[in-house]
Design a protein around this ligand. Structure first.
Ligand code: HEC
Ligand code: HEC
Ligand code: HEC
Ligand code: HEC
Length: 155
């Protein structure tokens, strides 16, 4: 009596089986060959990433040649902000300068767009993060007409 209409269970089982088959075949086809060799990742990815060109030089590289800026920043509120978070990635500039090869001079960041990126009010900013109402504080003026970027505090 209890197993009177079992056919629908077979149909359901067939669907599951077909699904499993599709999954197994697709996995075998699509999974990179070296996946899982050294753990749950693709070992070749490490070499691919290592082969990419480095775009950031790092703070210490800048300090080798621009010690004047480092000294200026030593006591300033921006000392914790890395050079390249404002200047952008400059690895090619740093290597070119130390190799003596030709390279374009880095463009100076535009004060207006740069400063607003960090100092405009946004939800989620910590309480101690200095923010200003851009329109009220500066109107359309460039931030650099009053603030020095490497030592931004005025008084
Ligand atoms: C090996 C020395 C060297 C290193 C390392 C180096 N610079 Fe320079 N940098 C120079 C020299 C020399 C100039 C002037 C180039 C010119 O006048 O054509 C310059 C120019 C600049 C300028 C443009 C200055 C201007 O007057 O407009 C900026 C900005 C700058 N560097 C930022 C950086 C940052 C940020 C780093 C670190 C990522 C860095 N540099 C690393 C030597 C270096
Ligand atoms: C808060 C953003 C910010 C940070 C951080 C910063 N800079 Fe600058 N820097 C600027 C801006 C903006 C200018 C352009 C100033 C101008 O146009 O008068 C500039 C100009 C320069 C110049 C051109 C000459 C000069 O002294 O004005 C050099 C060189 C330079 N920066 C190097 C550095 C180095 C090296 C560091 C890290 C030790 C650094 N900067 C960190 C924003 C920054
Ligand atoms: C990458 C983010 C970033 C950029 C870009 C940036 N700042 Fe800042 N600035 C900060 C942080 C973070 C602090 C607070 C540092 C601290 O208190 O340790 C700060 C501090 C300041 C202060 C000091 C506030 C005080 O109460 O003393 C002034 C003024 C200032 N910035 C102006 C500027 C100006 C002008 C520019 C554009 C040239 C600029 N900032 C670009 C992150 C940034
Ligand atoms: C007309 C001059 C002027 C201009 C232009 C200007 N500022 Fe200021 N800013 C000041 C003065 C004055 C103070 C307060 C005194 C100080 O920094 O010591 C100040 C303070 C700040 C502070 C610190 C606020 C705090 O709560 O601690 C930040 C951040 C700031 N300015 C960012 C900017 C940015 C970003 C721009 C460009 C959109 C800008 N300023 C343009 C004059 C100016």
């Amino acid at each position: 009596m209890r197993f009177r209409d079992v056919e629908h269970l077979f149909r359901l089982a067939a669907i599951f089986l077909a699904g499993t088959l599709v999954f197994v075949v697709a996995k075998a086809e699509m999974r990179p060959k070296d996946f899982g060799k050294d753990g749950h990742y693709r070992p070749a990815a490490v070499d691919e990433i290592r082969a990419r060109a480095i775009s950031y030089a790092g703070q210490t590289a800048c300090a080798d040649c621009h010690s004047d800026v480092v000294d200026l920043r030593a006591q300033a509120r921006h000392k914790a902000v890395a050079c390249e978070s404002c200047h952008g990635p400059l690895a090619t500039h740093a290597t070119a300068m130390s190799d003596g090869t030709e390279a374009a001079k880095p463009v100076r960041p535009d004060g207006r767009t740069l400063c607003v990126r960090c100092h405009a009010a946004k939800t989620g900013k910590p309480k101690r993060y200095p923010i200003v109402d851009i329109k009220e504080h500066a109107g359309d003026e460039n931030c650099l007409s009053c603030h020095k970027p490497h030592d931004p505090r005025i008084s």
